[in-house]
Design a protein around this ligand. Structure first.
Ligand code: 5AD
Ligand code: SF4
Length: 449
């Protein structure tokens, strides 16, 4: 007779980037195989897990605050396991801090040993305090179970780690050196996702443009896209993030010619000032970035460009800031993720002189956000009247509207029936708001229903 596995519940909080979001899907997949189901309140949980981010200080502070507040829960329910994983645990200072300040944390693991969770959890459940963090990843572990949150769209890792050492960034210290996945394994994974009904994939890596360099038989990202583009029934391919320095013409050509690769590129510029870009160790100048953008726009006329910008990097002057504003205007990003510079212990920028006062940083970021909002709404306003294909992701029963995205990644709401979820349909854009579009079904679709 089979033993009935005891049902248990996990509350998981995910912070930071899509890499972490996808790690959470893997963690939930492993936990599901151990009999854990996800819950959305800490009171109901047998396991509370924080998948943390270290890119900036604020989310780190939140982790300490939240976990400290779970002490009473743990006293009431001694069987409760409280765990921390993700990038914070990979930094010795934070690890020491967690151990000293949060004595009720039972389980700590890092970004390189997620596959070890079943054993670590079992030991934690028997009362041992588990701390297992690896400095580097070993061989990439394939075929871990994944609990995907979206039936139509899936994340697929292509390269782990980052070896760029931008002077402000903690990621190379928390995620290790660049390691590409074998192209066969990626193609296999995408094939099986498509068999399960996935229509759109987003290929993930801190720097996808470095894909394939480290493999025994070196290849590149453009070649990977070419292979994935041949998979029948896969409709859309997206990817993030691209480093401008490594953006080769072969990739631009692939984007222009492969029908499944969407016309959207996330190309973090970080600053519009060549002087700051050099201090950031980005490996390109303002002019080189602008030339690259020109080549991309020429090859893919309908491209939507998005970016990341850091405001208040050490030494940033009013002129440097103006150079960033000018660049944002010149490129016309459809949206930007803007960050206040946050010093990260152990990175070169944290000890650079001329740290910018918080008040100045804030004034500058408001100015930048204001400018970006104007550009974003103008970009979306330019869509009104056009016909775009959207992949319908969901249906809002209260409003009776379908929600989907264009290939450019613009979100569109369209009145329509739930049966269209999962289909890619042409819609006419009728209205634009600051961040989203409204549309209507074309006559033949409306008639076909
Ligand atoms: N401070 C502020 N923003 C940062 N980023 C990375 N490190 C820092 C930091 N120390 C931003 C960069 C990167 C994005 C993911 O986070 O813009 O592209
Ligand atoms: Fe950080 Fe730079 Fe690597 Fe991006 S490319 S993860 S900003 S070090």
């Amino acid at each position: 007779m089979e033993l009935q596995q005891e049902r248990r519940s996990v509350y998981i909080k995910t912070m930071g980037c899509q890499m972490n979001e996808h790690d959470t899907e893997v963690i939930l997949g492993i936990l599901a195989s151990l009999g854990y189901g996800e819950v959305h309140s800490v009171e109901e949980a047998d396991l509370i897990l924080y998948n943390t981010c270290s890119v900036r200080e604020n989310p780190e502070r939140k982790v300490y605050g939240h976990i400290a507040s779970f002490r009473a829960l743990k006293e009431k329910k001694p069987q409760l396991i409280i765990g921390i994983c993700g990038c914070m645990t990979q930094q010795q200072v934070e690890l020491d801090n967690i151990l000293a300040k949060l004595p009720h944390v039972d389980l700590i693991f890092g970004t390189h040993n997620i596959h070890r969770l079943p054993e670590l959890l079992e030991r934690a459940a028997s009362g041992e305090r588990i701390v297992e963090v690896w400095d580097e990843g070993e061989e990439i572990v394939e075929d871990l179970p994944v609990q995907r949150r979206d039936p139509l769209r899936a994340f697929v890792n292509v390269i782990y780690g980052c070896t760029n050492f931008c002077t402000y960034c903690i990621v190379p210290y928390t995620r290790g050196r660049e390691r590409s996945r074998d192209p066969e394994a990626i193609v296999e994974e995408v094939r099986s996702l498509v068999k399960d009904g996935v229509k759109e994939i987003t290929l993930l890596g801190q720097n996808v443009n470095a894909y394939g360099k480290d493999l025994q038989t070196p290849t590149d990202f453009a070649a990977l896209l070419q292979r994935l583009n041949t998979i029948t029934d896969l409709e859309r391919i997206r990817f993030t993030t691209s480093h401008p320095r490594d953006m080769k013409d072969s990739l631009i050509e692939a984007m222009a010619s492969l029908d499944k690769v969407c016309e959207h590129l996330h190309l973090p510029v970080q600053s519009g000032s060549s002087r700051l870009l050099q201090r950031m160790n980005r490996g390109y100048s303002r002019e080189e970035y602008l030339q690259l953008v020109q080549r991309i726009k020429q090859a893919i006329p309908n491209i939507s460009l998005t970016t990341d910008i850091i405001v208040g990097f050490p030494g940033e002057t009013a002129e440097d800031h103006q150079a960033t504003l000018d660049l944002v205007k010149e490129v016309g990003f459809s949206s930007s993720f803007t960050f206040l510079y946050s010093p990260r212990q152990g990175t070169p920028a944290a000890t650079m002189p001329e740290q910018v006062p918080e008040e100045t940083k804030k004034q500058r970021i408001y100015q930048l956000i204001e400018l970006q909002n104007q550009i974003s709404s103008a970009t979306l306003a330019g869509e009104v009247g056009s016909v775009r294909h959207i992949l319908v992701e969901s249906f809002d029963p209260e409003k009776g509207t379908l929600l989907g995205r264009t290939r450019n990644h613009y979100q569109v709401a369209v009145p329509g029936p739930a049966e269209l979820v999962g289909r890619t349909i042409p819609v006419r854009i009728t209205r634009s708001l600051t961040w989203t579009l409204r549309g209507e079904l074309l006559d033949q679709d409306a008639a076909a229903i």
